[in-house]
Design a protein around this ligand. Structure first.
Ligand SMILES: Nc1nc2c(c(=O)[nH]1)N[C@H]1C(S)=C(S)[C@@H](COP(=O)(O)OP(=O)(O)OC[C@H]3O[C@@H](n4cnc5c(=O)[nH]c(N)nc54)[C@H](O)[C@@H]3O)O[C@H]1N2
Ligand SMILES: Nc1nc2c(c(=O)[nH]1)N[C@H]1C(S)=C(S)[C@@H](COP(=O)(O)OP(=O)(O)OC[C@H]3O[C@@H](n4cnc5c(=O)[nH]c(N)nc54)[C@H](O)[C@@H]3O)O[C@H]1N2
Ligand code: SF4
Ligand SMILES: [Mo]
Length: 705
């Protein structure tokens, strides 16, 4: 293998080589990082998820380590000029402490809020949750995983009693006779995963993709269903309807392992395929073929991702596919099941250790007295001092700076100015804060608004653990220390805790990741996501360990649900779910459906990947994908700038004409800010159960500029 792109150099370090993982998505591809004492190079490494593959983002990840725009000194907004100026750590920590105290004195403890991220290591996610509850004693903490995993998580919780994205190893995908991908485009979002799809088809398996666009993934499929965005739930119910009529439902499994089927059976009885076709545009014959492929397969797997989940009915939509999987007897059967493709690097671990508004470590509920007592015991604080549940991410952002809302916000690992729905509103809320603090290693659009910017370490500069899309806990290993002047997130939290609460408070926030992980294991012990048996050493020298793993000498859990589900009676739960329209429907003024997503060479809000030269060349700017027939009607040519307008705002980008999209639907990636920000138009309607915003559908019009 050749080496990846070299970073620019930072001389004076010792030559070294470490086995670690990519900083970006949940596949957590294995990589080897080397430094000759100056430059850093990336090479792919064999790991069960990537089997030696990397995508372009992974190959080029080291370029940011010594990037000219890397933040290496704290920044403080100068009240006189309004500009961000370099400052000492002492000055910025004092500014934060004063701001936090002033907000809490004037408006109570909940006047300070924390916003985390699914890219943070397990240790940082855990420390951040503890910092909010113990050092700030605020109920207001939530994170960007709310925009990502929350609908699948809520659906998994209510059906299986636990939420682990894939309850089986990724390798199972290669062995499925039928694999159904709903709203997932792994060929762009997790390219090395395509190996498993190739293996699956080489073994004679059938791949079916549900996506309103003919994506790179859909091109691999034996069958592509191209629904109108927001109609997956109708499709799911119709598939179960066909399975019932054709006798493919596994009655023995349903009787032995589930409860609640009768209500679902009655409900889907009314979901004739023709009814789903009328809503979704997916032909009856394709619905029947899909149901047959699933219902008659020896091994079948159903996976959902953001296309199905990022809707105001995302929880019910996922539940529709979970119902189908349960009725066919898939979950827990070898090589079969339902799963969700987790997105961010630590999207799974990030949702287990207490960054969620309603949650304590170990995936415990913050309003459960037993959970509070256990975690308070580990933290050495009285249980009644722990705050109660806060509010989900969008609700939190929407309340910032308003009457009764938080006055100060600390952001670690997210860039909501670009990535939140109805982003102009969120931006204005952030501007109304008395204090905005952002920890980042680059000046993201959100950091650019901050009063204080804290330069933090990058992935190659600190140890830690991550939990990948399979629930596999793995080790990230530091290659070299952070540059002078930069602190790790753990060090920042410890310094703030000390300023706010003195040396005793400082004691509660260790800065050594292995020590934090040890505490996290104790806090998680006995919880749903039990890490107690996963030692630092256990994951250092192996391919990682799957939670739950309660016992240091006991096995981990690559496959869940083989005998029982995580519900009190061990049975999975069916829930009848009904299709409903999107929160915003098309009309004469806004006649087109707008949906959003990703391209291979850019990551998320783009803070990182827009600064990598090779990725910028591969995907230099935003675009608006339009069907040629629609473009013709609008009088727009390929590459011409267009304006996309919704009730909430507008953005501009060049048109990209493509027959791969439905003529009634327009698509744009959300990786860019400024005038090309797709989230200027997206809808802030959220799912009532999960709080997930409806990123995947709203009503727009497209105008030639
Ligand atoms: N290159 C790249 N890779 C990434 C990321 C990235 O930003 N860039 N981010 C990571 C993260 S955090 C995540 S969450 C994952 C996301 O991974 P994916 O879920 O695969 O990514 P998306 O592009 O958001 O959405 C997938 C597909 O949903 C389709 N879609 C839109 N609306 C609908 C609908 O109503 N129904 C259906 N069935 N499909 C619909 C879109 O056309 C798109 O092709 O990717 C991870 N990997
Ligand atoms: N329209 C639309 N909007 C979407 C989506 C969509 O499909 N469509 N998808 C949503 C989804 S699934 C997601 S996950 C969100 C993601 O959107 P964001 O939450 O904005 O995620 P990132 O762009 O990864 O932002 C991470 C920021 O933290 C910094 N960072 C990275 N690692 C660390 C660290 O260890 N410590 C600290 N302190 N900082 C760090 C990075 O430099 C970057 O600025 O976007 C959501 N927004
Ligand atoms: S697929 Fe994900 S983890 Fe693998 S190299 Fe690409 S971004 Fe990194
Ligand atoms: Mo995500």
């Amino acid at each position: 293998m050749t080496d990846g792109v070299r970073s620019t150099t930072r001389p004076g370090q010792r030559p070294r080589e470490v086995a670690t993982h990519c900083p970006y998505c949940a596949l957590q591809c294995g990589m080897t990082l080397r430094t000759d004492g100056a430059a850093v190079t990336v090479a792919p490494r064999q790991f069960p998820t990537n089997r030696g593959g990397l995508c372009q983002k992974g190959w080029t990840a080291a370029e940011l380590l010594d990037h000219p725009e890397r933040l290496t000194t704290p920044l403080l907004r100068d009240p006189a000029t309004g500009e961000l100026r370099p400052a000492t750590w002492d000055a910025v920590l004092a500014r934060i402490t004063d701001g936090v105290r002033a907000a809490q004195r004037g408006h109570g403890r909940d006047a300070v809020a924390v916003f985390g991220g699914g890219g943070l290591t397990n240790e940082k996610a855990y420390a951040l949750g503890k910092f909010a509850r113990v050092a700030l004693r605020t109920r207001h903490i939530d994170y960007n995983g709310r925009f990502c995993m929350s609908s699948a998580a809520a659906a998994g919780m209510r059906a299986f009693g636990v939420d682990r994205g894939l309850p089986f190893p990724l390798a199972d995908l290669g062995r499925a006779d039928t694999l159904l991908l709903v709203g997932a485009n792994p060929a762009e979002t997790m390219p090395p995963l395509v190996r498993w799809l190739t293996e699956q088809r080489e073994r004679g398996g059938k791949l079916i993709v549900v996506d309103p666009r003919v994506t790179a993934t859909a091109r691999l499929a034996d069958l592509h269903l191209q629904p109108l965005p927001g109609t997956d739930l109708a499709v799911a119910n119709a598939l179960l309807h066909v399975a019932l009529t054709e006798g493919w439902v596994d009655k023995e499994y349903v009787d032995a392992r589930t409860t609640g089927f009768e209500a679902v059976r009655r409900n889907v009885a009314g979901w004739w395929p023709a009814r789903a076709e009328a809503l979704s545009g997916v032909p009856v014959a394709d619905l029947e073929a899909t149901a047959r492929a699933l219902g008659t397969a020896g091994r079948a797997i159903i996976l959902t991702a953001r296309g199905a989940e990022q809707h105001a009915k995302g929880v019910d939509t996922v539940t529709g596919f979970v119902n189908l999987a349960l009725a066919l007897g898939l979950p827990g059967r070898p090589g079969s099941g339902y799963g969700c493709l987790t997105g961010q690097g630590n999207g799974q671990g990030g949702r287990e250790h207490g960054q969620k508004a309603d949650q304590l470590p170990g995936y415990r509920k913050i309003d459960d007295p037993a959970a509070r007592a256990h975690v308070a015991g580990v933290w050495g604080v009285p249980a009644d001092e722990l705050p109660g549940p806060g509010v989900p991410a969008y609700q939190l952002l929407d309340a910032l700076g308003t009457d009764g809302g938080p006055r100060a916000l600390l952001v670690f690992g997210s860039n909501p100015v670009v990535s939140a729905p109805r982003a102009a509103r969120v931006e204005s809320r952030l501007r109304d804060l008395d204090l905005l603090v952002v920890a980042d290693f680059l000046l993201s659009e959100t950091a650019a608004l901050a009063d204080v910017v804290l330069p933090t370490a990058q992935w190659a500069e600190e140890d830690g653990t991550m939990t990948n899309l399979e629930g596999r806990v793995l080790r990230r290993t530091a290659l070299r220390p952070p540059p002078a002047g930069v602190r790790t997130d753990l060090e920042i939290l410890a310094a703030l805790a000390e300023r706010l609460g003195g040396p005793a408070a400082r004691q509660r926030f260790p800065t050594d990741p292995a020590t934090v992980f040890g505490e996290l294991r104790r806090a998680s012990a006995g919880g749903l996501a039990d890490y107690a048996g996963i030692s630092w050493e256990r994951v250092e020298t192996s391919d990682g360990a799957f939670w739950p793993c309660p016992d240091a000498d006991g096995p981990d859990s690559p496959r869940m649900f083989t005998d029982r589900f995580a519900t009190p009676d061990g049975l999975a739960r069916f829930h009848p779910v009904e299709h409903r329209p999107a929160a915003e429907e098309v009309c004469a003024r806004y006649p087109l459906h707008f949906t959003t997503g990703r391209v291979l060479a850019q990551y998320q809000s783009g803070t990182q990947t827009r600064r990598v030269a090779a990725l910028r060349r591969a995907a230099p700017e935003a675009f608006v994908e339009l069907h040629p027939d629609l473009a013709h009607r609008l009088g727009v040519g390929d590459g011409e700038p267009v304006r996309v307008v919704s009730r909430r705002g507008e953005f501009r980008a060049p048109a990209r004409l493509s027959p791969a999209i439905r003529p009634d639907t327009v698509f744009a990636p959300f990786h860019w800010g400024g005038a090309a920000r797709a989230n200027s138009v997206t809808n802030d309607a959220v799912d009532p159960v999960s709080g997930m915003p409806e990123f995947k559908i709203c009503a727009v019009r497209v105008e030639k500029v």
